[in-house]
Design a protein around this ligand. Structure first.
Ligand SMILES: [Zn+2]
Length: 287
């Protein structure tokens, strides 16, 4: 049975089809202008699907398939009955899940965390998503909101975050935070360009990534202490520059070794389709 997985992002929407554990098809398109159009896009991909999983960058009610707090993609998502509309259009069972939890499910089942039971996950992109797996299961929470490591406070007087707080990990370790740390008035528009500058020897660019690694290390150290977990998987577009964050990230974790022990940080292995693969796995489970 073909399992369709869709990962709705702020800019791009990606999809995969899974046959067993193998990806049999995939693609990416610009995210449509709103939830109606996104559901229509999903339905157009579902011709041969026996189940559909759809990941959203925010909080969702898994029981009803409703978007609750999804601020980044275009359009007004909050309260939108994604599962009901997509189910009505396709006649196929639909699961609606958080995108970082979907990423974690994929890396746990088929990727870097395969075979591990207790793992923390961080997804570095336009924001910072997170998840926690204990005893081989990704924890979910009542609004699919458990594991938001991106909104751990690392600097109470730091930059304002989209969540209403100040100095969240996300304000330092997501793409826009890295670009901001590199400096205003520069021509660098993306974290990838800042990474390129850092590799070419630019000291300020290197410091932006060192700061990102520090912020991530502080939060992962807290999470490791809180959950007693010794493995971390880091993915997302910005994680291509994980090597530039490694020393400050490892320093923060090493400093706390007496309490948290050795914490191993593993790069994700499934690439940009991990969220869509995880959504497909969740869809199949409910279907
Ligand atoms: Zn925040």
């Amino acid at each position: 049975m073909t399992a369709l997985g869709i990962d709705v992002g702020g800019t791009y929407t990606k999809w995969v089809t899974l046959e067993g554990e193998a990806v049999s098809g995939s693609g990416a398109v610009p995210t449509p202008p709103g939830p109606d159009e996104t559901v229509e896009l999903a339905a157009s991909l579902a011709a041969h699907a026996g189940s559909i999983g759809i990941g959203l960058p925010g909080h969702v009610d898994r029981d009803t398939g409703t978007a609750l707090f999804v601020p980044n993609p275009p359009g007004d998502w909050d309260g939108y009955p994604v599962g009901e509309r997509l189910g009505a259009l396709t006649g196929v069972p639909v699961s609606v899940v958080n995108d970082a939890r979907a990423f974690a499910r994929a890396e746990l089942a088929l990727g870097a965390a395969r075979g591990l039971a207790d793992v923390l996950f961080a997804v570095l992109g336009t924001g910072v998503g997170g998840a926690v797996a204990l005893r081989g299961a990704v924890l979910v929470g009542p609004r699919d909101n458990l594991g938001e490591i991106g909104h751990v406070t690392v600097s109470p007087w730091g930059p304002v975050c989209c969540c209403g707080n100040r100095g969240c990990v996300e304000t330092f370790a997501a793409g826009p935070g890295i670009v901001r740390a590199f400096g205003p008035g520069t021509a660098k528009a993306t974290a990838a360009e800042v990474a390129e500058a850092a590799r070419a020897g630019d000291e300020r660019a290197a410091q932006a990534f060192e700061q990102a690694g520090w912020a991530l290390g502080v939060a992962l150290g807290d999470a490791a202490a809180f959950f007693g977990v010794g493995s971390v998987v880091v993915g997302g577009g910005v994680s291509g520059a994980l090597d530039l964050m490694r020393s400050t990230l490892n320093n923060e974790l090493a400093r706390r070794r007496p309490l948290i022990g050795d914490v191993t940080v593993l790069p994700a292995v499934l690439g940009p389709m991990a969220g869509a693969i995880g959504a497909a796995l969740y869809g199949r489970r409910s279907g």
